[in-house]
Design a protein around this ligand. Structure first.
Ligand code: NAD
Length: 512
């Protein structure tokens, strides 16, 4: 019973949408390319967008630089109050925005609403943070001297985001960056620009009501070409980029070449170790939700299960039974567990991964494939599948962004941890066990090498209060909670001499 036309109208999505916004001003170049945005849910065109050009890009950066000069002087708690109001505006728009996330990206309505809730939560977190952007004071070795550190805003922060969390990733970055005194330029995924346009309208209404200058919240609709301009632009001291490891290597190299700062949130290859001491019913829920939720298109999706020999067969049977009950279809229908993949290209890489897995000896205990029929007219719906594999297979070492779950068995915990760590990525990991020694070993220095390590919780999903991110090819960045805010600021150490002489550090004498 969801009326998409109503949702689009409510969120100010037009038939053809402009390429860039510095706040209230929306514009495009006369020669802008126009692209149609199609829903993976039903294959229909939702709306069209114009693509930003290099000239548009430059204008946006100039306006953002201008806005930074004033925004940085607004006291942080006042900036926090604006973020609080953005959180309230998101609360009011939750149903419509969640619906558009689901329709444009293909995740279930519940997950779409959950994503908007995550945005609301990070606003709340950022409001509190706006009164806690503090550094330390240190004791000086020199008499009548004071030494302390403070955090200042960085400037224009570039945010490049992926299609699978089309709005939450922006909020994780922007809400923190804003309370820190930075201004933001967001380039969303070219696959999901409409939800971004909706967010820009929501944030801008609050900015306008508060007299916030044009340029604090900027949006650029574009593909990797705009992303490359951002990565190479020394006017942007920080680039926060979320997406594939391939993208992260390109962005990291470009930002590194100009000695800028990058925050990289890249692919995962997440595993759950299921020990002989696991509660298998609990493990089943964690594994199945982790593997099929968002149709396997979360960076924290469970891709591998490392199962103890003694419970392997029993757990495999449970999984096969559970997979038979998964309902696939329109994600806006709450009866369905799993919606479509983002596009046909994603379906093709899913099918290619299945072929590659079979070619090296992978044994499919639940078969995959593309779903046909009227309910699947977009051509983006697939079956979640399960294969018994060996960890060293090239395809298992690679993140395929689709619902393919790999099973492998182990005998000792050391072996299980080696398998868990034996991939290039290092985002999320989990162990299912009621045994304290196993749990603590997994969390110890000799345990998981990932940025996220859970006990008796799956790999998928995270709370905003913790720092989010991973190691190795996942890029090393951390965003959201804990002290992740520090990356959006520059640290300054200050020493103040209130004596009548000038003693030098390390006791050095310099008499004139
Ligand atoms: P993608 O790499 O294709 O695109 C991500 C973004 O990067 C898009 O906005 C794209 O336009 C831009 N981009 C691509 N190439 C670029 C380049 N050379 N320079 C600058 N920008 C460039 O990824 P995707 O398919 O949208 O998203 C899926 C991937 O994102 C998966 O690998 C997933 O694991 C990862 N992801 C990671 C996290 C995390 O927090 N670690 C979160 C969500 C998604």
């Amino acid at each position: 019973n969801i009326n998409i036309a109503d949702t689009l109208k409510h969120l100010h999505i037009d038939g053809i949408n402009e390429a860039c916004s510095t706040g209230s001003n929306w514009a495009s170049s006369a020669n802008a390319e126009v692209r149609a945005i199609t829903s993976p849910v039903d294959g229909k065109i939702i709306a069209q967008v114009k693509m930003a050009t290099a000239a548009d890009y430059d204008k946006v950066v100039q306006q953002a630089q201008k806005a930074f000069i004033n925004w940085r002087t607004l006291p942080a708690p006042k900036r926090g109050d604006i973020v609080r109001q953005i959180g309230d505006a998101l609360r009011q728009n939750k149903q419509h925005l969640g619906t558009l996330v689901s329709y444009e990206m293909g995740k279930s309505l519940q997950e779409g609403l959950g994503e908007v809730q995550e945005m609301i939560d990070i606003c709340d977190f950022a409001v509190g943070l706006s009164r806690q952007l503090h550094g330390l004071t240190m004791h000086s070795e020199r008499p009548l001297h004071r030494m302390y550190e403070q955090y200042h805003p960085l400037g224009v922060v570039g945010i490049i985001s992926a299609f699978n969390f089309p709005v939450a990733v922006w909020s994780w970055n922007a809400m923190l960056a804003w309370v820190c005194g930075d201004v933001c330029i967001w380039k969303p995924s070219e696959k999901t620009p409409l939800t971004a346009i909706a967010c820009q309208h929501i944030a801008q209404a609050v900015c306008t009501a508060n007299g916030v200058e044009e340029g604090v919240s900027c949006l650029l609709i574009g593909d990797s070409k705009i992303g490359e301009l951002m990565a190479n632009d020394s006017r942007l001291p920080l680039i926060s980029a979320t997406g594939s490891t391939r993208m992260g290597k390109a962005v990291g190299a470009a930002v590194g070449a100009r000695l800028g700062r990058s925050l990289l949130e890249l692919g995962g290859n997440n595993a759950i170790i299921i020990t002989e001491n696991a509660d298998l019913d609990m493990a089943l829920i964690g594994a199945v939700f982790g593997a099929v939720g968002t149709a396997g298109q979360r960076c924290t999706t469970t891709r591998r299960l490392i199962i103890h020999d003694s419970v392997y067969e029993a757990f495999k049977q449970k999984l096969v039974k559970a997979y038979a009950q998964i309902r696939i279809g329109n994600p806006l229908d709450e009866n369905n567990h799993m919606g479509p993949l983002i596009d046909q290209e994603a379906v093709n890489s899913y099918l290619a991964a299945i072929d590659a897995c079979k070619a090296v000896g992978g044994n499919f205990v639940v078969e995959g494939g593309r779903l046909q029929g009227e309910a699947y007219a977009s051509g983006c719906y697939v079956r979640p599948c399960i294969a018994e594999v060996e960890n060293h297979y090239k395809i298992v070492q690679h993140e395929t962004f689709a619902p393919i779950l790999y099973l492998m068995r182990y005998k000792t915990l050391e072996e299980a941890i080696a398998l868990q760590n034996g991939v290039p990525q290092g985002l999320s990991s989990a162990i299912m066990t009621n045994n304290l020694r196993e749990a603590e070993t997994f969390l110890s220095v000799a345990g998981s090498d990932c940025g996220i390590a859970n006990v008796n919780i799956g790999t998928s999903g995270a709370e905003i209060g913790g720092a989010f991110g991973g190691e190795k090819e996942t890029g090393g960045g951390r965003e959201s909670g804990s002290d992740a805010w520090k990356v959006y600021m520059r640290r300054q150490t200050n020493t103040i001499n209130y004596s009548t002489s000038l003693p030098l550090a390390q006791g050095i004498k310099f008499d004139l």
